[in-house]
Design a protein around this ligand. Structure first.
Ligand code: PLP
Length: 393
């Protein structure tokens, strides 16, 4: 065990109530999760499942962006690829951190880059949970941390969303007043709904000492309130928070794997003790360049938001005219339909037969609800023309 877990990690784990036997599992998270059959990023695992899809398939099942990186980012990333014989010819990671600090108004030492936010989300459980410090989440919400919590013997407490689909922060605290991680997805996946900042601030002020509120802002850019809907000010103010961000959504870079988190420097260090901070700063150089350029491509961001909002409105209009119950209002690039009398699995198969991939049956408490990602205008036309056949199948 000693070659896997050094003294600093051991002290940290023992102080959080891990037994010696359980400590090995934590070490395995980074050293051997794959060997243990655990995917640290369920999106990648889902994507592998879909790898065999027909080339003409309408892919609106996994909340990806309908198009690739923004033109200026793509041009800069392509140019950087020509210099990929060098590890870091222009200190690309530092440049991204600088750009984030400027855009977010957060000090540079409060920012760490990672390959997407899924890995970082798993990392929050390793750093702040244990068999006695649970994961506390809403239900339903993004399900990526569940297998990680199970693997680490971390208890999971879930509090249902409110009737208007906000995180019920008081119920979350009540569900486990001694949690390690309180996980808030804002806007939420799969409901697409927002939780007011005042509720998040209440949770931050009332959670137990030593715990952390993780605020996952993967879909931030798609909401009407952007850019005034971020909790990044809580990180800048030194609160017990970790703000997760990814370039996988509006920036169209899911396969390029860039993300970051914002937190107080001591929290950044705590998140990094299991890899010595070595993973942060090791992202592929062209991806970093693409991300840095895209982050300040404000016109492109505005253009994508406008396009998404038009396609989302068109989709909602199509579905409501067919008297379907939608969960929402969606502030994201996906909507949820309650079929009421048909299961989400069954509807996924019916759409798949029409070459349209939607999400199916991922949230056990809502077996009749499907999540449909909003794609391009053409993608949504494809969904509409498959609709009648799928629904009558
Ligand atoms: N957080 C939420 C809420 C998500 O929906 C996703 C992916 O769909 C992620 C995090 C992880 O994305 P990535 O690892 O690509 O950054």
């Amino acid at each position: 065990m000693t070659h896997l877990i050094d003294e600093q990690m051991k002290d940290d784990l023992l102080s959080r109530g891990y037994s010696r036997r359980q400590m090995m599992r934590t070490a395995l998270m980074f050293g051997g999760a794959a060997a243990a059959g655990l995917s640290l990023n369920s999106e990648l695992a889902f994507a592998k499942d879909r790898a065999a899809m027909a080339p003409n398939m309408v892919r609106i099942g996994s909340n990806e962006c309908w198009t690739g990186p923004m033109a200026p980012g793509l041009a800069a990333g392509n140019a950087a690829f020509a210099n990929a014989n060098r590890y870091s010819p222009n200190d690309e990671d530092a440049k991204l951190v600088k750009a984030i600090a400027t855009v977010e108004n957060v000090p540079e030492d409060h920012i760490a880059t990672y390959p997407g936010s899924g890995e970082t989300l798993s990392r929050t459980l390793v750093a702040f949970c244990s068999p006695t410090k649970g994961l506390v989440q809403a239900s339903p919400t993004y399900d990526n941390p569940t297998p990680v919590a199970k693997f680490l013997n971390v208890p999971i407490a879930s509090a249902p969303l409110t009737s208007d689909y906000r995180h019920d922060v008081k119920a979350m605290l009540k569900a486990n007043p001694n949690g390690g991680v309180y996980y808030v997805v804002n806007p939420n996946n799969p409901t697409g709904t927002m939780t007011p900042m005042a509720d998040i601030e209440w949770l931050v002020d009332n959670k137990p000492g030593g715990s952390i509120v993780v605020i996952d802002e993967a879909y931030l850019h798609w909401s009407d309130a952007y850019p005034n809907n971020s909790a990044s000010h809580l990180a800048a103010a030194g609160k017990d928070v970790i703000i997760l961000r990814t370039f996988s959504k509006i920036f169209g870079m899911a396969g390029a794997r860039v993300g970051y988190f914002m937190a107080r420097p001591d929290i950044v260090r705590k998140m990094q003790i299991y890899d010595g901070g070595t993973l942060s700063g090791q992202l592929p150089m062209p991806s970093l360049v693409c991300a840095t350029t895209s982050l300040t491509a404000h016109d492109e961001i505005a253009k994508r938001r406008k396009e998404l909002m038009a396609n989302r409105a068109m989709t909602i209009d199509f579905l409501t005219k067919r008297n379907l119950k939608l969960i929402g209002p969606s502030q994201t690039n996906f909507v949820m339909i309650d079929w009421k009398t048909r299961s989400a699995k069954e509807m996924q198969a019916a759409f798949r037969a029409q070459d349209v991939e939607i999400a199916g049956g991922r949230w056990p408490i809502w077996p009749t609800v499907s999540r449909i990602s909003i794609g391009s205008h053409q993608d949504m036309e494809g969904f509409f023309s498959a609709f009648n056949k799928a629904v009558s199948a």
